[in-house]
Design a protein around this ligand. Structure first.
Ligand code: SF4
Length: 274
């Protein structure tokens, strides 16, 4: 959280129509994200902010907004969050996500949360009052040294697994989003083994890199993971997709064998869809 420029802004509203498949609305209580993942797919949001600073060095807090109208959300699918983490470290102080969940708990909406933070445990009391809520954790490694290199300000692997287990034991529907899968570096089988028993389902997404994230991630690979550099060149420069095709089948076979509910969201594109 050092060197993050924090600004409180007045937002027009929290709940926006979503283009994400399967979701009617999306809620992003913050603009920017202090988790600073090196592959961050949300960097394009800088265009819609007033910031010149580097992505990951600022976060706007949507401190006041128009009132939430839960009545319109009956049976709607609502996702938190698509271009920030709604449980990023600022949430500890500002409690925007908590306040929103309090307002939405009787709305009849199907609420899906995806986070890389164990701060979600703070809101277990509210989550238990929401009839249709699912909490997911993104996890792409069980190696916390690698995690620290690529997601320096998110919760540790063990903290996320502990939070997953705690939510599950408290009757909250959970899911693990194995994403983004770094070719040859994400030990996805180990994640499944660590989380099996504490999650209702798994989903999988491959690493896609925007034109701004591409040089950052490839520099990291060159400097820290030279053994896989050739493969990354093949995928991200030569646009060869064979690796993903093989991996997709391997995951499907593994999950079928273990009787695990799995959804694969692999894109043929190397860049994220905005
Ligand atoms: S948690 Fe998500 S939005 Fe935040 S930096 Fe990481 S990838 Fe970007």
């Amino acid at each position: 959280m050092n060197n993050i420029k924090i600004k409180e802004i007045v937002a027009k509203g929290y709940i926006n129509p979503s283009k994400l498949p399967g979701y009617d609305y999306v809620i992003n209580p913050y603009v920017g994200c202090p988790h600073r993942c090196i592959y961050c797919y949300a960097e394009f949001m800088k265009r819609f902010s007033s910031h010149d600073e580097e992505w990951g060095t600022f976060t706007d807090v949507k401190i006041r907004s128009t009132a939430v109208k839960p009545v319109y959300l009956q049976n709607k699918n609502v996702f938190l969050s698509s271009v920030t983490d709604c449980y990023n470290p600022l949430e500890e102080k500002y409690c925007l996500t908590r306040q929103l969940l309090e307002k939405l708990r009787f709305s009849g909406a199907n609420i899906t949360i995806l986070t890389k933070s164990d701060l979600v445990l703070r809101d277990i009391d509210i989550l238990q009052q929401i009839p249709h809520v699912t909490v997911g954790f993104s996890l792409n490694t069980t190696d916390d040294v690698f995690r620290q290199q690529i997601e320096p300000c998110a919760s540790s692997v063990l903290s996320r697994l502990y939070a997953l287990k705690t939510l599950h034991e408290n009757g909250i529907r959970t899911w693990v989003h194995v994403a983004p899968i770094f070719p040859e570096l994400s030990d996805w089988k180990a994640i499944l083994e660590a989380a099996e028993g504490f999650t209702d389902s798994f989903s999988f997404e491959n690493l896609k890199l925007s034109y701004t994230a591409l040089p950052r991630v490839l520099l990291y690979i060159t400097q820290q993971q030279p053994d896989v550099q050739e493969l990354y060149d093949l995928i991200y420069h030569e646009k060869k997709m064979d690796y993903w095709h093989k991996l997709r089948q391997e995951i499907l076979d593994f999950c079928k064998e273990r009787n695990l509910a799995a959804t694969i969201h692999f894109s043929e594109e190397n860049a994220p869809q905005e």
